[in-house]
Design a protein around this ligand. Structure first.
Ligand SMILES: [Zn+2]
Ligand SMILES: [Zn+2]
Length: 424
């Protein structure tokens, strides 16, 4: 981990919580554990922005070689003209993959001859674009060249993915809930809209800000133009996120070309979160009506719902310490994390309607509690899976005081922590 890189000037740093001296001077009331949880959270969230080997961008082998060629050597080295199959139109196809756009549209951006006839352009091109070659998405002006430079290698028909050149350049996303690969152009531009400005410098990419004089030669020769400052982060703040769990996605959850829209268990199409494997989701909650099978969470600044079995919850930053609390409760939904890569991190699996003894927490409202099953297994689990009305005083099997939960929950340690079941 390169924590030094986070403090470099120009690096996108996620929104931080208020400095702790605000709490210390008594302007706001907060107990100590609130401060430490949020503090710890803001540190880890910066580290969690790192684009690592497990990220979608790495899993999909990064940007297309053709996209890099376009960036370094221009459109004529990176594309070739081809007939669009089944039509009479010409396309400019990436030399490395099936990525393509209308040839006339690319010519309009990069070609010297700007006197194109409207007939040469696709029917979807507004007449005003013929004059300028400027496109607009999410209030950002752009040239078609930027889209070519941002594409990943196309592997399947109708499936085009994009990366953020700026996050990739820095090796960090803006927010830990950000994706590293985007399934639609619109999503990429919504992401760019939140980037702190100026964006990191990327060789071969020209970015303009604010008002650009109409006589400026760059006005027809750039990649991106941000007329407006970045929009504020739509994510909940660090303190709110610290109370909720975070997950990495195990599988893709996206609507395939030509298939029905994804729907949640209530049949709603709106608000279903789509994502690719290897991304992160923050602020996860388990609404009661979905009985642990679906959850909600935030990615790319959008809150949506998705099946719980497509994600792996990350273990808590610091596991709650087990104590002889004498508190017991009944589980309302099963929790089985055998699929998690970090399954030995200290998770406690259980079925529904089981009793959990010695329920312990760092803070009662934390998403993560610890406890012990009737058979003497100890570990942590999401509080959401406990019936909140079943909390009761019940001593349960004895818990030796020497069996504490590990503070940092290293892999494999929990197996040694299994309490002998002789007390039950
Ligand atoms: Zn390509
Ligand atoms: Zn980015």
């Amino acid at each position: 981990m390169n924590s030094h890189a986070v403090s470099e000037p120009g690096v996108a740093i996620p929104p931080l919580i208020a400095p702790t001296d605000i709490f210390e001077t008594g302007l706001m009331l907060a107990n100590e554990s609130t401060i430490s949880v949020a503090d710890r959270r803001s540190k880890s969230s910066k580290a969690n922005c790192q684009i690592g080997l497990e990220s979608t961008l790495y899993k999909l082998d990064g940007f297309c070689v053709g996209a890099q060629t376009f960036k370094n050597r221009g459109p004529y080295a990176a594309t070739k003209a081809a007939m669009e199959y089944g039509t009479s139109g010409s396309v400019a196809r990436c030399v490395e993959c099936e990525f393509r756009h209308n040839l006339a549209e690319l010519e309009l951006d990069v070609g010297r001859d700007r006197k194109l006839t409207p007939f040469a352009l696709g029917a979807n091109v507004a007449y005003q674009l013929i004059a300028s070659g400027n496109w607009c998405k999410a209030d950002i002006l752009y040239r078609l060249r930027f889209v070519y430079k941002s594409h990943l290698k196309v592997r399947a028909a109708h499936t085009v993915y994009y990366g953020c050149l700026f996050c990739a350049q820095k090796g960090y996303t803006v927010h830990e809930g950000d994706a590293t690969v985007f399934t639609r152009e619109e999503q990429l531009f919504q992401h760019l809209k939140r980037h702190p400005q100026p964006l990191p410098e990327v060789a071969g990419v020209t970015v303009l800000y604010g008002k650009v004089d109409k006589d400026d030669p760059l006005i027809e020769d750039y990649d991106l133009h941000f007329p407006n400052p970045p929009v504020p982060s739509p994510y909940p703040d660090e303190t709110a996120l610290a109370r909720l769990s975070t997950a990495t996605t195990l599988k893709n959850h996206e609507r395939r070309y030509g298939s029905r829209p994804l729907t949640d268990p209530d049949g709603n199409k709106d608000g279903v979160l789509q994502f690719l494997a290897g991304s992160r989701i923050v602020g996860i909650e388990f609404p009661e009506r979905w009985k642990g099978k679906w959850c909600t969470g935030w990615q790319e600044g959008v809150r949506g719902s998705f099946p719980a079995n497509l994600v792996a919850l990350e273990p808590p930053e610091s596991a709650p310490e087990m104590s002889n609390s004498g508190l017991a409760a009944t589980t309302r939904w099963a929790w089985d994390k055998r699929d998690f890569k970090d399954q030995n991190a200290g998770w406690l699996s259980f079925g529904s309607n089981e009793t959990i003894f010695h329920i312990s927490w760092a803070h009662e409202s934390d998403w993560c509690w610890a406890g012990m099953t009737k058979k003497g297994k100890v570990g942590f689990f999401p509080r959401s899976h406990i019936d909140p009305n079943s909390m009761r005083r019940e001593p349960g099997p004895s818990l030796s005081s020497s069996y504490g939960m590990p503070k940092t929950s290293p892999s494999g340690l929990m197996r040694k922590l299994t309490v002998n079941s002789s007390g039950s």
